[in-house]
Design a protein around this ligand. Structure first.
Ligand code: PLP
Length: 389
């Protein structure tokens, strides 16, 4: 059988593969400490579940408009105005099958052969693949632990060519947990606006998960010119522990939203109708449930950062947001894949090799898991590194 050439352009998702292997080992009865999954370990808030159940009872089980339920689009626009200071109306929004499809759809909408998309590295592993699937060329810009895993305005300026179409900004970041300060966001906006056409997609899916003094500024809020160049992508998976619901969204100038709606109309159609009613409840009710979850993440973050950083040969980046710890393993002399495979095989600890995110000298731990697992996993990790002597 001859498959389409585009299939060979992309590798399978390594994060999903390692999570699956860890789950299979658990199913065999092996006591695995898994730090692989990128999903909160909390249940979806009860009032959100109730709202979806009520929607089911009310017959919200049919096809809806491809761009989303009007009530949800209104609620998203209100949220973006109020919380993010982004001047969007409902017509500037589209509800998508998770944040992932908002980004995939956007790439299909904007990117074609010859277009370059600037992506700071390490990156969320699907960005370059989505660009390639759309026929474009990812332009990876290396960041380092020393500069906080953040692209500098000078680096961005240097990466821009006449072919540059889009810059991908992800703050707080997966995999590093880096958060750009408002000043840093403004400095990047200056560079974008100095170009005559560069657009930015701001993936804000971790915006609520911040620690200490970290502050989130949506780049589209910098000024009205910037809003015209911005596509804001977000979703409910991380903020409201709704990974399986598959509800995300994008907000952008109307022309882009109309085009994305066209693509959506011929691909996924509307997002599951009753799930959208859960999302309305998530936006329109108290956000205390989010704060409680972030408080738990904050405690785990302090613990895991200090404990892993104390292990000889490992050096950690202190995350300001999201729920990941990015660990430099250079001093062990191993590549990230070998390190993670041996760690899983010998100590039954699952982490994601940094090569999946563009940096083979690092590995990623998700601390969206309970404290006992974190404590035991770190103990085994220390034993593993000690055994490498
Ligand atoms: N963006 C980033 C940076 C992510 O880490 C994820 C999920 O892991 C997504 C987008 C997509 O999330 P979802 O499709 O579950 O809403």
């Amino acid at each position: 059988m001859k498959l389409a050439a585009r299939v060979d352009r992309v590798p399978p998702s390594m994060t999903l593969a390692i999570s699956a292997k860890a789950k299979a080992m658990q199913a065999e009865g092996i006591d695995v400490c898994s730090f692989s999954a990128g999903e909160p370990d909390f249940p979806t808030p009860a009032h959100v579940v109730e709202a979806a159940k009520t929607a089911l009872d009310n017959g919200k089980t049919r096809y809806g408009p491809a761009a989303g339920e009007p009530e949800l689009r209104e609620a998203i626009a209100r949220k973006l105005q109020k919380e993010n200071n982004l001047d969007y109306q409902a017509e500037n929004t589209i509800v998508t099958n998770g944040g992932k499809y908002s980004l995939f759809n956007l790439m299909q909408t904007l990117i074609e052969e010859g277009d370059e998309v600037i992506i700071p590295s390490p990156y969320w592993l699907s960005y370059p693949e989505m660009v390639k699937l759309a026929g474009g060329t990812p332009v990876l810009v290396d960041t380092s632990m020393e500069n906080g895993y953040k692209i500098t305005p000078e680096q961005l300026e240097k990466a821009i060519t006449p072919q540059s179409k889009l810059f991908v900004l992800n703050s707080p970041s997966n995999p590093t947990g880096a958060v750009y300060s408002p000043e840093e966001i403004r400095a990047l906006a200056d560079v974008i606006l100095a170009d005559d056409k560069l657009l930015v997609v701001s993936d804000e899916i971790y915006e609520k998960i911040l620690y200490g003094d970290a502050k989130h500024l949506s780049i589209g809020a910098v000024n009205p010119q910037m809003l015209e160049r911005t596509i804001t992508s977000n979703g409910f998976a991380k903020s409201h522990s709704m990974t399986g619901w598959r509800v995300g969204y994008a907000a952008a100038p109307v022309e882009i939203i109309k085009a994305m709606t066209k693509i959506q109309g011929h691909s996924t159609s509307n997002v599951c109708t009753f799930a959208q009613y859960g999302a309305i409840a998530a936006l329109d009710s108290s956000q205390d449930c989010v704060a409680e979850m972030v408080e738990a993440f904050a405690k785990r973050r302090t613990y895991i950062y200090e404990a892993v950083d104390a292990i000889p040969k490992l050096s950690c980046f202190k995350p300001d947001g999201a729920f990941y710890l990015y660990v430099d393993i250079s001093q062990t002399g191993m590549g990230s894949l070998e390190f993670c495979e041996k760690l899983l095989e010998t100590k039954h600890v699952a982490a994601i090799p940094g090569v999946a995110f563009g940096t083979d000298n690092c590995i990623r731990f998700s601390y969206a898991t309970g404290m006992p697992t974190i404590e035991e996993g770190v103990r085994r990790l220390a034993e593993f590194v000690d055994s490498l002597k």
